[in-house]
Write a protein of this length. Structure first.
Lengths: 267, 301
């Protein structure tokens, strides 16, 4: 029986080398990115169908004249949420949960409706025009099935990306945060313990989640929250519209002896 | 307070706009046809028949547009059949899944009512069609028609719920879209019916009723537009800025101008002139499209 697996990505150890991106692209046969300069070392831009790992470069100005720019790097990836928004809305059941508790898009089932893209609160999923399907990190499902570590974790030279059993990763995250806080990094925190029922990709952050384009625990809500209010509003509207129809269409001034056509009358 | 998400747009564009429009007109026309048959009089029979004649052809456009929008159009049937298990693909909590099934089921109702309307009109005289018309005229047929209207309401409304059941800014920040799209669809269907009955003398008697109904639907729509904007909170600027204002002007022209024209005509107890009476339903239909366009596109900009 396979155990739930997890990533632990530690921003305090990331040096922005992008070995994870390269390893991911190489293993999964993803296309290269256009050689555009985007005004930053972050020339990947975002997670999408061709970028399943993305090293974000957060550059903030400081008041220290010797260090005017503060750097923070984070290797972002699909969070493989326990309660996954994409899996929830997928109408074709193309998105499934694997035996490793990860979230996987079956490429032969996906019909490219893109509902999952509008649902993912992390902007992880991209649409591949060539295949006509939605694509994202598979957690190297093929490697997991062969007892291999995901390519990104294997390539990471600083152990910023760790891989292992999910419980082990949670414990490692808690220990690391404790260490960082004892070293004076008071903002150190684990991201992913509470959000969406717990993530399989945990992060150690040194700033609030929003600074890394991650929704806070309060904002981590599922699309289905709007089902009941949406249908209730529509139902109330339908009832009011029915009343409007009754008022507008009711019989007025017709002789009772008027012939009733087929399917007509009554009411 | 709306949650802060970092979603990327799904790039639902023109096909989806077209689908939302035609689904609204189809569902709305069926519902109006049903209401006219249930509550109208003998003079409304022709208009009811025309409503069912509009519903099915406009519904036929919907799966075509939906399929064209897919990345893998030949896998459209994956909405209904789970390709990995061979069972049915049905998720009650996924509006897209529900919508795919509703389209299929509503298609049956809409088709039968279409055949019945054809038979009633005497356009086609096959015996099977006459049998269908007789069935619809009976009590069971009437129940059938009403059940179809429930699906018609769903098809007209669920597109708004589909947008809301996401994490996309604007769409997921409000619960008013389902109701708003329904009210707008009924208004558009009434306008469509007014236009379609203009050239049919036997149906012209229903014009006044349709205009009255449209007035109520427009008022409902305006109330829901206010609710929609009010529920958006901080992201309201996303839909009320830049070029979107032009679409809102069309939405307002498609609601307020017809209301004003009919109010004025009612107050002065005169009929609208030929040109003006054509203007009102055309504006309503443009407003229906503009409303969907501003909701769909502004959230993804």
């Amino acid at each position: 029986m396979a155990k739930p697996v997890g990533f632990l990505t530690d921003v305090t150890l990331c040096i922005g080398c992008k070995a994870c991106e390269v390893a991911c692209k190489e293993w999964n046969g993803l296309p290269n990115n256009p050689l555009d300069f985007k005004g930053s070392y972050d020339n990947t831009g975002q997670l999408d169908h061709a970028n399943w790992r993305h090293v974000k470069f957060m550059e903030t100005t400081t008041s220290n004249p010797d260090k005017p720019i503060a750097w923070s790097m984070m290797s972002d990836v699909c969070k493989h949420c326990a309660n996954a928004s994409c899996l929830e809305v997928c109408p074709t059941n193309a998105i499934i949960r694997t035996e490793f508790n990860t979230v996987f898009i079956q490429q032969d089932v996906c019909n490219g409706c893109r509902d999952c893209i509008s649902a993912c609160p992390y902007g992880v999923i991209g649409f591949n025009q060539a295949s006509g399907t939605a694509q994202k990190c598979t957690f190297c499902y093929d490697r997991l099935q062969n007892n291999l570590m995901p390519a990104c974790a294997t390539a990471c030279p600083t152990q910023s990306i760790k891989f292992g059993d999910l419980d082990t990763m949670r414990q490692a995250a808690a220990d690391r945060v404790q260490t960082l806080q004892s070293q004076g990094i008071s903002n150190a925190q684990v991201y992913g313990n509470k959000e969406y029922g717990g993530l399989s990709a945990l992060f150690i952050l040194t700033d609030k989640p929003e600074a890394y384009a991650l929704p806070s625990a309060q904002s981590a809500v599922l699309p289905s929250r709007n089902n009941i209010p949406g249908y209730v509003t529509a139902t109330i509207t339908a009832v009011l519209a029915g009343l409007a129809g009754l008022i507008a269409f009711r019989r007025r001034g017709e002789s009772s002896s008027s012939p009733s056509p087929s399917g007509q009358g009554g009411g | 307070m709306p949650g802060e998400h970092f979603v990327v747009p799904p790039h639902w564009e023109w096909y989806i706009l077209g689908y939302f429009f035609f689904a609204g007109i189809s569902g709305g026309s069926y519902v109006l046809g049903t209401m006219l048959r249930l509550w109208g009089d003998a003079r409304d029979a022709a208009a009811a028949r025309i409503a069912f004649l509009i519903s099915f052809p406009t519904l036929l456009v919907c799966p075509i547009l939906l399929t064209l929008d897919l990345g893998q159009p030949l896998r459209f049937w994956h909405f209904l059949i789970d390709d990995s298990t061979g069972g049915l693909a049905f998720k009650a909590w996924s509006p897209m899944s529900l919508g795919a099934w509703a389209l299929l089921i509503f298609g049956v109702f809409s088709f039968v009512m279409f055949l019945s309307a054809l038979a009633e009109a005497g356009t086609v005289t096959y015996r099977a069609l006459q049998t269908t018309a007789s069935f619809i005229a009976g009590t069971i047929g009437r129940v059938f028609m009403v059940v179809g209207a429930v699906f018609g309401l769903f098809v007209a409304a669920y597109t708004g719920v589909l947008l809301a059941v996401s994490n996309q800014p604007v769409w997921s920040d409000t619960w008013a879209l389902g109701g708003l799209f329904l009210a707008s669809a009924l208004s558009g269907a009434a306008a469509c019916l007014v236009l379609a009955t203009r050239s049919r003398r036997e149906a012209q008697g229903t014009d006044r009723k349709l205009i009255e109904a449209d007035r109520y639907f427009i008022l409902l729509e305006l109330a829901l537009i206010i609710l929609f904007l009010a529920t958006l909170g901080g992201v309201v600027s996303k839909v009320l800025s830049g070029g979107w204002i032009i679409l809102w002007v069309i939405v307002l022209a498609g609601t307020l101008v017809p209301l004003a024209l009919h109010w004025r005509a009612g107050r002065m107890k005169v009929s609208l002139g030929e040109g003006v009476s054509l203007l009102a339903p055309v504006l309503v239909l443009l407003g229906v499209i503009a409303l969907r366009a501003v909701v769909i596109f502004s959230a993804q900009a």
